[in-house]
Design a protein. Structure first.
Length: 138
């Protein structure tokens, strides 16, 4: 009987942790059609949102037309404010020869949508018109 209760308790605990995770695929890009990836959002112990991005077949940013300097990750929050949450540096150390990249950050704002743009400066406050990848609404 004790083992049954322990098993049920463990199952409920595992379900509650997995229900906080959300994994959303990026839509197919018109700028870089081969690029694929997903965003995984979960909550940490402080009730912040942990945002992890995995990308494959992402072209070097300087090979885009027109060439840019960096990929910038944007978060659209529940209050409909768009924020620059970081950049994916396009260099041999960050973007491998297999064209894979990853990004991770923590935000106090709940994401409603995540998208990536190509920019000339990683510290921009407003996104440009070259959107590379975007999610649907979470």
């Amino acid at each position: 009987m004790k083992s049954l209760i322990a098993t049920v308790s463990l199952s409920i605990l595992m379900f509650s942790f997995s229900s906080c995770n959300r994994k959303v695929a990026f839509q197919t890009s018109t700028a870089v059609p081969a690029a694929r990836g997903y965003v995984k959002v979960s909550k940490d112990r402080n009730k912040n949102y942990v945002i992890k991005i995995e990308l494959t077949n992402l072209a070097e940013v300087n090979r885009l037309q027109p060439p840019k300097s960096t990929y910038v990750v944007w978060l659209v929050s529940d209050d409909d404010i768009t924020r620059n949450i970081g950049q994916i540096k396009s260099s041999t150390s960050m973007l491998s020869s297999m064209l894979k990249a990853s990004f991770e950050t923590v935000s106090s704002n709940k994401p409603r949508k995540i998208f990536i743009t190509a920019e000339t400066d990683g510290d921009v406050r407003f996104y440009g018109n070259q959107i590379i990848l975007s999610t649907d609404k979470f």
